[in-house]
Design a protein around this ligand. Sequence first.
Ligand code: CS2
Ligand code: MG
Length: 402
Amino acid sequence: MKIERIQTIVTCPGRNFVTVKITTDEGVVGLGDATLNGRELSVKSYLEDHLFPCLIGRDPRNIEDIWQYLYRGAYWRRGPVTMTAIAAIDMALWDIKGKLAGMPVYQLLGGKSRNGLMVYGHANGRDHAEAVEAVQKHIEEGYKAIRVQSGVPGLAKTYGVGKTKGHYEPAEKGLPPEEPWDTSLYLRHTPELFRKVREAVGFEPHLLHDAHHRLTPIEAGRLGKELEPYSLFWIEDATPAENQEAFRLIRQHTTTPLAIGEVFNSIWDCKDLISEQLVDYIRSTIVHAGGITHVRRIADFAAMYQVRTGFHGATDLSPVCMAAAVNFGMWVPNFGIQELMPHSPLTDEVFPHNYRYEDGYLVMDDVPGLGVDINEELAAKYPYERAYLPVARLADGAMWNW
Ligand code: CS2
Ligand code: MG
């Protein structure tokens, strides 16, 4: 069996997605997500200019060898562009293997460990009252876990909160928008937000919060400590982790669980965080961390230290990645939670998929492969549109982490 054809499909049904499609000489098709928000075309070029020529004629069943060939064989290892490109090919090969076996990918990984993946939804409010209302709405919709983000009084725009009520989409068309940031305002208002939410809905729903890399380690320690009375499921991305040691300082000050990893692309980015038990949840997901083959390695390593998965699932992860994540989550023994930020109806139409939300969980049927498709005719109607994530600046104009 041979890889006969391999191509990328770029589409923008409201936001940009890059998809890899591999076709075998027997006509079996596999799909992989290759979307890297705001840097989409670099991955497309990496794939088309450098990887595809090496793949034609290879046996698509040799997933491990192809992974090693693309990783070890590149000499220049790691990095978000490389690892997203490898991930897309890996996903497509698992999809093909599942279709060949007539089994869902979770069966190939080892079978079902659970009936569904507990998800967390996004409750966003321009102010605390609106955030409380959004939490209540999620509870009515059956969510067992809810991430809460609110506008910060004094800041014109805050990460995680849309311009209009309810809707939030981080990337914007055109050049990168600039947003203000002020840590002291944020730290003053965030504990108050969670006090109000707990007062309104009690302690049953799990509550999560994303600090989106804005804090220094000691500030993160303080926030974690001040949020302890509200019993959070996690604080995410409390501080950047280029320096993994930073998390030692946070750990010394708080028992609020910590999650990190949506921007990581390799096991080496989280090796010390995991082995020193400096975090509780690892968020690196299939599309940005080398595919199922590599994320499985991260998850198994994490299991040794009681670190659980909490995969990234924002709208920039296409339904192809979400289908892979659902298969993975059905199997992985140390599953923690899965982020769910529903795609637009148009995106769902371009990528028909089997997984679905049911009463707080993502579930899927017993379908071969990943259980996701692409409507190429519809995709072709929505060509790529330049879009970027915002950048953040402090009051004096200096750049900050967005
Ligand atoms: C966020 C993302 O969902 C999350 O936790 O951090 O919205 C993130 O900003 C985007 O996915 C970036 O592409
Ligand atoms: Mg995040």
